[in-house]
Design a protein around this ligand. Sequence first.
Ligand code: FRU
Length: 512
Amino acid sequence: MNRLLTLLGCSLLAATAYAQQAPVPPATPQYRPAYHFTPAAHWMNDPNGMVYHQGTYHLFFQYYPDGMTWGPMHWGHATSPDMLSWKEQPIALYPDSLGYIFSGSAVVDANNTAGFGKGALVAIFTHHDPKGEKASTDKYQNQSLAYSLDAGKTWKKYAQNPVLKNPGIKDFRDPKVSWNEATKKWVMTLATLDRITFYSSPNLKDWTKESEFGQKLGAHGGVWECPDLFPLALGGRNYWVLIVNLNPGGPNGGSATQYFVGQFDGHTFTPLNDKTKWADYGPDEYAGVTWANTGNRRLFLGWMSNWEYANQVPTSPWRSAMTIPRELGLRQEGSEIYLTSKPAAELAGLAKGATTIQNVAVKNTVDLTAQLKATADKHKLTLKTAQLGSFELLLGNAAGEELVIGYDKAANQYFIDRSKAGQVGFNAKFAGRATAPRLSPAAGTELTLYFDAASVELFADQGLTTMTDIFFASKPLTTVKLRAAQGVTFQEISNTPLVPKATGKPAVVGQR
Ligand code: FRU
């Protein structure tokens, strides 16, 4: 956390004081997304405790209800039938004498292993004690429980918290708990500074250390945070995916989500190899983890920002959105097995009449705005080509601002360049061109781009390469041009306006 605070450029006390005193900047409704979750007001970071229960997706989140910058953490709460239209609920967990409520997970305790009640929702989170942090005890992050017996409406903290005490590791946090069928025990995947430590428990209260992973594997440009562990099948075989969020040290700077594919026997994680892989290469997906209790679907959601500049992004009266929900899978390319991310099927329900054009031969620059009936800044663009070559897709506005998304054949990279896409001056690290390797050897590709006011999410090659970027144009980017100096033919390009079922401002519930 010290590292985090250094990054934020302030001490905890200063952050709190600043947040309470800073005037709220003028509102920016133009940057409010329609189908991504944002709190009605104030600061948000990581998604927490995501659990599907009785037909409802629960999303909890790191929340500071008294300011627009990071401060003493609460668990905010929102619910949704489809992960796209959200209703903000009252705050679920408030800081207490053991500290702030940092990131964690939630499970359905179907068999009442913890004794809170059959089918109780149990949240497992990190208590971060700011007094201990100030005194540099190195034991100020401990794991605790809270439970709900009314389907997530109200929460009680367990009287004997914490349930897993810190052995003296400064960064000891973000428990992700899941039921392990092989051992018939709960497994906790915990971020412990520069590695993952696995614990097991029969009852969510008594935890036994099983093993450690990763001190010398993967990317280590910063602290390991917010892990996740889950099985996924490929070609009739079962694999385990270990997600490890990292801050800083991401492929385009700052925070990002890496993963390992391997085996987990209930005690130890063994990776297939030591290659570093990223669930999203863009600068603006972080702390991404998956929902509990979704059967065979593995659904992922991340925080759509980056610790490098999250506290300064020019939105008001809220700061930060989540990504769209993504369904994860595995795919083999050559001898490597990769994680794939695809927009969750629920997104199809937002589509309002696609405009499709065929056989578009692009040489130099063509303006497709009229043909694609491109008028919205909340829409999906798909581009299909049988022979991928270098090209640029230019999203522009009357102010001359431009977001450039494309593929560079020589480098075999996709890219998103937001350096001329509007406001960039709020932080020196914001402007720039983010790149991602193309992992597919196929001649052709299909590219899907989701735009929602101030963000773009790119999915290429059946989800092999994913990138998320936020941007803050002074007017909506509604013109669409394509440029390809060497020429590229797109067999199909389509533009689909996306209109959520429940539009308008999110309900202002649970604000103090
Ligand atoms: C990741 C993180 C977590 C921590 C939380 C604090 O973004 O630093 O490790 O629990 O944010 O808000």
